[in-house]
Ligand binder design. Structure first.
Ligand code: NDP
Ligand code: 8X3
Length: 258
């Protein structure tokens, strides 16, 4: 019988655990017996998760864009949560869908600060401990948007392309350390993602998912749980997960009017 890791032996940090994929992943691990440090900016949602899942979940209000806060928070985790085995750097967002020439530079800054720099801060703060202990797992939420271009994807897709390449370069750096790296690359997942992208416009957000059989946060959480509980000699470096109903549309050609 193939032997998976016992989730009860794992301590998991999840950034962006207040909604969507992160919340589902925090639940998946905690319900399987892992200790979970759940982070995000919305403290009341973290407290609700702790109330739901019990003391196995440690709520930690944290904005990943603030490196000093990330370093301080990870440096003073309670002893039972301090030895992280899994760091899921998931916090991220898309803002807007305008073409580059009309996109907001503030939105681009925010996406780079969160999806790129916040992810780097999280990893840099957590990595030395895992390398020292000779075992650990870094997991990112990349995206199909880091691989395939679409109109309006501009800076968002580029942040996810960064995540993909950073993950691969981490695999190179960490060879022989016992630390694994996985970039999970979802397609369409129905979360608060589009509500954030369209600044709370519910009708526009709903229209993204209308009539489509989407993935849920739970679908992605299950794949992450699988990647993290495979035996330690197995490293799933990239995993692209689409709804069965989603595919790629190919090239578009702008034509002169005849
Ligand atoms: P949600 O909007 O549902 O969740 C995003 C999470 O990120 C929230 O918990 C939010 O918490 C957190 N977050 C955002 N900014 C910060 C910040 N500065 N500091 C800390 N936490 C932050 O979206 P998803 O669950 O869909 O998104 C999770 C990840 O998945 C993102 O990286 C996204 O790019 C990626 N992804 C999503 C896909 C989709 O179709 N939904 C597909 C592919 C990838 P809070 O606001 O409380 O801080
Ligand atoms: C989220 C998927 O296609 O909306 O990363 O960019 S997409």
């Amino acid at each position: 019988m193939y032997k998976m890791l016992d989730p009860a032996t794992l301590t998991v940090l999840v950034t962006g655990a207040t909604a969507g994929i992160g919340a589902a992943t925090a639940r998946r691990f905690a319900l399987a017996g892992a200790r979970v440090v759940a982070t995000g900016r919305r403290a009341e949602r973290l407290i609700a998760l702790r109330d739901e899942l019990g003391p196995r979940l440690h709520p930690l209000e944290l904005d990943v864009r603030d490196n000093a806060a990330v370093v301080a928070a990870l440096g003073k985790l309670p002893a039972e949560f301090a030895r992280l085995n899994v760091v899921f750097a998931n916090a991220g967002l898309a803002l807007g869908l305008d073409p580059a020439q009309r996109a907001s530079l503030d939105d681009w800054d925010d996406m780079v600060d969160t999806n790129v720099k916040g992810l780097l801060y999280t990893v840099r703060a957590a990595l030395p401990g895992m390398v020292e202990r000779g075992e650990g797992h870094v997991v990112f939420t990349g995206s199909v948007a880091g691989e395939y271009a679409y109109p309006g994807g501009n800076a968002y897709g580029a942040t996810k392309a960064f995540v993909k390449q950073f993950a691969l370069n981490l695999v190179a750096d960490l060879a022989g350390t016992g630390v694994r790296v996985t970039n999970i690359e979802p397609g369409m997942v129905e979360t608060e993602f589009s509500l954030v992208r369209f600044r709370g416009d519910e009708a526009r957000s709903d229209s993204v998912y209308a009539g489509a059989q989407t993935l849920s946060g739970e679908d992605i959480a299950e794949q992450i749980f699988f990647c993290c509980t495979t035996p330690r000699h197995v490293n799933i470096t990239r995993l692209q997960v689409l709804p069965t109903s989603q595919s790629f549309a190919g090239f578009n050609v702008a034509r002169e009017r005849t």
